[in-house]
Design a protein around this ligand. Sequence first.
Ligand code: ADP
Length: 797
Amino acid sequence: MDDTIKTKKQLIDELKKLRRKVSHLEKLKVKDRKEEKAFSESEEKYRTTFESTGTATVIAEEDTTLSMVNSEFERLCGYSREKIEGKKSWIEFVVKEDLERMKEYHRQRRTEEGAAPTNYEFRFVDRHGNIKEIFLTIAVIPGTKKSVVSLLDITERKLMEKTLNERVKELNCLYGISGLTEKPDISLEKIVQGTVDLIPPSWQYPDITCARIIIEGKEYTTENFRETEWVQTADVTTHGRRAGTVEVYYLEERPQSDEGPFLKEARNLLYEIAERLGKIAERKRAEGALRESEESYRSLQANIPVGIFRTTADPEGHLLSVNPALARMFGYDNPEAMSETRVADLYMNHDDRKKFVEAVSSGGAISNYEVQFKRNDGTPFWGSLNARAITDGSGKVAYFDGVLEDITEHKRAEEALRKEKEKAQSYLDIAGVMFVVIGSDQKVSLINKRGGEILGYSEEDIVGKNWFDNFLPERIREDIKARFDVLMAGEKESDPYFENPILTKDGEERIILWHNTILTDDSAKIIGTLSSGEDITERKQYFSDLNEYSKALESLLKERSEFFSMASHELRTPITVVNGYLDIIERNLENMDNAQIHETLKKVMEHSERLTLLVETLLDISKIDDPKFTLPSELCKIEPIVKRALNLCEHQAQEKQITCHFGGFDCGGGKPCVIGDALAIENVLLNILGNAIKYSNEGSEVIIRCDTEDDTLRIDCIDQGIGLPPGVEERIFEEFYRVEQGGELKKSGHGLGLSIARRLVERMGGRIWAHSEGLNKGTTVSFTLPLAKSENLTEKE
Ligand code: ADP
């Protein structure tokens, strides 16, 4: 075994020997006093110097024992001086890895001067096993085998250096990336390739590090790239979305560190690189877009037919930039030619510039500001301005950006169109018919004056409203809407004419006869209808009235002609009879005696009277039928009238032993009065009483009875006579109608009595009707008259 490398046991034995030696020596009576004193002084000095070095210092013997240590060393190793001096070897304070090297130095230093380094680093182990980085300075005390060693704890510094080194690597890498991006016009590809190459030197083990960046689908790698199991990756994101990855691989295995073999600083750097790449990619893309948009803006500005400008914001105004179109608009060859021109001078009226400045400055922007400008040659033109005030950081208006359009032509066309429209509007307004334009959205887009008049609204109140919902009666709304939608869909052609009612503001309905035209745009798409409508409400009414009149007239004429044919028939009969008798007398006058002549003349007289009566009756009818005929409307006590009529019929009744009497009032209480004409009422009563007697058998009874019914008084004339066959109850009130009954028709009469009675009752506001249970079951003829109201309701006795 090499004698420099001793076993622990050997060392302990050696130490024991030494201790024994030392205690033996201590027991010896040494040297003379003087020598002792000098030594002690010198040792004192030596120790003081030793103590005050400020660094851990030791004296190491040739056998590696530490014979002297200072308090700094005590602090460094954690043992007290007593426990070290002469007892410990420096070997136990050195980490295993460094020990061989140091032992070798130790040996060299003592065999050959200058052979071993006087400064070097090693790792020190203290009492607690803590490892410290030490910078060692060593010198052999001349003439001895001892060495003076100073130990500087550089652990902190080393750590800082290491960190710093990593940080420097990181910074180098990041600076490198920044440097790449600063190069003008460098492409994203070059930046990424540069970045990937910057990665390995920045990692802990550059030689075995390779990297790959995948961004926007493209792959960039270092030359030595190879995929291995030792990898660190980070995502690259642009605009919050994953756009790629940065991957760092170690090509060989390395000791475990913070993240596999990687340092945590490397992780941070990786994130930093990924983040920067994301930002660079975003910026590059934005730059590309910006360049493109700048280019297109530049070409737009140069080629656009509208003027683009930037001017100062003062009323006088300087042109900061204008495009060629603006220069041309003002009659200059190019933008440079007008650079000296004041903006206000471009306005026909200087004040307009001032107004414009105020408007833009206060509102921030202005659009479609129409104003007259002046060309270089002084001629005016109309322009439309759109401008924006651009403010500086302090909010002050810095300049105006805007667009100017020459609208002279447009204005002219607009004016022509306006005139054209006015003309059309005036035609529309004087039109007697209404015009409505309804868009496919069912809203009114135009209506003329007449339309407004008919509807009763002002034009403004109509335009923009849904035509159907607002101006059509509800009951037809949905139906007409559906028809309109069919028209708009082009599924059906419009009926050229149709009628429908519209609803006016007053809620009145007017009937309009419409004529429809479908409106289409330039591409033949249906956009609405133009309808002209004529108010035919009155005309319609007139026609319908006319129709009714003509119908009434027709039936009247029919009735009349029937009446006249019946009347002439009725008249002719007695005349024929009279003529017959007169003829007999004339031809047989000589052969006839006076009595015969008298008899015949009596018959002539009878028929002539009958004729007269008939003529009078006919005259009565025509009188009542005259529209000018009126009956007096008076308060009439009914009882006396009934009684008088009964009296007048008494003789006729007696002839047939018929009793006629007044059955009184069924209503009880007082005696009601009616409103009418007493004579007419008597006439009606005489007529129906006469019939009751005429059509009753001898010895029977006729009763008149009164009853109130609502606000009328009903008068019934009840007989027990021959009655009426079914189906004639109404017909007996027609002129000349008489019931044909075996033999009974021979009874005198013309069938006019009841028709006169009907006319009179109706004239007084009443109703008349007959009822019979059948032949020989008697007949009741009833009529009503309006009851008198108020205090005169009943007759006071
Ligand atoms: P006339 O002169 O024939 O009586 P009216 O107009 O008074 O004419 O009556 C029309 C017809 O009505 C009569 O011809 C008769 O056939 C029928 N008539 C009217 N009153 C009665 C009655 N009380 N009973 C039965 N028939 C009647």
